[in-house]
Ligand binder design. Structure first.
Ligand code: HH2
Length: 274
């Protein structure tokens, strides 16, 4: 595995776990209830996350929560472009959470350094949109589509199937011209998976590293943590910290989280053990 991630003008060393801070510019995200649904509020929130120690910001203009409806590209761009422009000259790379090639292209042109795609560049034109740039990409596994993915998730062997999918998508990305140093893989916790599937993936997370790419884990505030603790999304911070630590212990290079300051402290304790 490469020791760094090539991410636009940034080179992120992977000798310690990195924190990706979530900034949803959406009215309907499950996790933060549309609190940052104007560009100005999202930018303020992003700056706070940088102060708290975020290594990457993940800007999302379309909710992918179970049951979510898609938004047109123009609306997504109206949400994310002002945020990218306000943050692009800052100290940390800006990732954009999108599945649409036209949003990817515009986001990269406006200064995004990474594309975070829950469809792993399967949309027609998405591979080319990223390959034509120097942006990094996160390839995530999802069974089905957000609208219906939680209806009846089914696998013979969730770990093997998700691994095979990510191996194929990484091969497609390298065939399209991306060097390995630009690619991150993600098993996609909660995307067409039951709580048991998610726990199987977390237990076996170390196996994903054998594919040769840094692994990103996004468990923050997710419903599996709600099922375990009985708590609503806004009370899942302690469970999210535990999940982030367990993911890093199992080899995750990047954790995608809402609570950056608390995650930073928890990872500092883990790091102190050496
Ligand atoms: N999870 C969410 C969105 N994007 N991207 C990656 N790579 N991995 C994830 O696990 C992941 C993701 C869902 O969380 P959130 O952004 O808080 O909610 P919403 O989809 O409602 O915006």
């Amino acid at each position: 595995m490469s020791r760094y991630l090539a991410c636009g003008r940034f080179r992120l060393e992977l000798n310690r776990p990195l924190i990706m801070g979530v900034v949803n510019v959406t009215p309907d995200s499950f996790s933060d209830g549309g609190q940052f649904n104007t560009p100005a509020k999202a930018v303020d929130h992003a700056r706070k996350l940088i102060e708290e120690g975020a290594d990457i910001l993940d800007i999302g203009g379309e909710s992918s929560r179970p049951g979510a409806q898609g938004v047109p590209a123009e609306e997504e761009l109206e949400r994310v472009l002002p945020v990218i422009r306000a943050l692009r000259d800052g100290s940390v790379p800006v990732a954009v959470d999108t599945v649409k090639p036209e949003v990817m292209r515009a986001a990269i042109t406006e200064g995004a350094s990474m594309i975070n795609d829950i469809r792993a560049l399967r949309e027609t034109g998405a591979l080319d949109a990223v390959a034509a740039s120097d942006a990094a990409v996160c390839l995530m596994h999802m069974q089905g589509e957000p609208r219906s993915m939680q209806a009846a998730p089914r696998y013979h062997n969730v770990v093997d199937e998700v691994k095979a999918f990510l191996r194929d998508r990484a091969a497609a990305a390298t065939a399209a011209g991306l060097v390995k140093e630009r690619i991150v893989i993600d098993p996609g916790f909660g995307f067409g998976k039951t709580a048991e599937h998610n726990l199987d993936l977390l237990r076996s997370l170390a196996e994903f590293k054998t594919l040769g790419y840094p692994v990103l884990a996004g468990l923050s505030r997710k419903s599996t943590l709600g099922q375990i603790t009985g708590r609503p999304a806004n009370e899942r911070m302690p469970a999210s910290i535990a999940a982030a630590l367990l993911a890093v212990e199992r080899g995750a290079s990047i954790v995608r989280v809402h609570d950056v300051a608390a995650t930073r402290d928890a990872l500092a304790v883990l790091g102190a053990l050496g």
